[in-house]
Design a protein around this ligand. Sequence first.
Ligand code: UDP
Length: 235
Amino acid sequence: MAYKRILLKLSGEALMGDRQHGIDPKRLAEYAEEIKTIVNQGIEVAIVIGGGNIFRGVAGASNGIDRVQGDYMGMLATAINGLALQSAIEAAGIKTRLLTAIKMEQVAEPFIKRRAVRHLEKGRVVIFGCGTGNPYFTTDTAAVLRAIEIGAEVILKGTRVDGIYNVDPEKHEDAIKFDTITYKDVMNKGLKIMDMTAFALSQENNLPIIVFDMNTQGNLEKVIAGKNIGTLVDK
Ligand code: UDP
């Protein structure tokens, strides 16, 4: 195995499957199976889940909702997704814990770094909810932050595209995919993988990022095995 402890970032939108909104139980179950496979190989798995399938603060603000209120709504949305993901992973027979950056003690544990690490050591999948707990941030930034805190070796950003391209592959047929790319080249070429805050934090801390297609069965396992799928961003 190429990695021992990883942080998987899943966007809220990924949970929609073919829907326009909300959560697709089939997609959730598929993800749970993918995650189960790598947990059974002894990989310590932490997950940061987004909330874009339910609510985004920026979108709320353009419809008259106060930005900070909206961001808290977005953070609560990630907790909803976290609960759904927890349920699906446990249904697949894997123990999990949901740790949130905003205290909600009836439904989740508060985020405490040492506790998160202990859960991982015991083989539990740790799901981080509520992003960073602060408005004006994203769950990508939360993913990088938590990955650094728990000492994950890599961030796996599961998306619906199979890596980073020089131009948008959904708009340009001749788009070229990078197998590996440096942080510097990502900046120079103006490629968008994560927002600037998240990206700067990962660069500063030399945390590699792998962007890969999470919707193809078996891909997560391949990434863990060190196979060259997706795009690796490194120094
Ligand atoms: N959010 C926030 N602080 C955080 C993480 C998230 O305020 O640390 C809010 C923000 O409004 C964001 C929403 O939660 O739009 C959902 O998160 P995100 O957009 O990152 O989800 P994704 O795009 O991954 O589904």
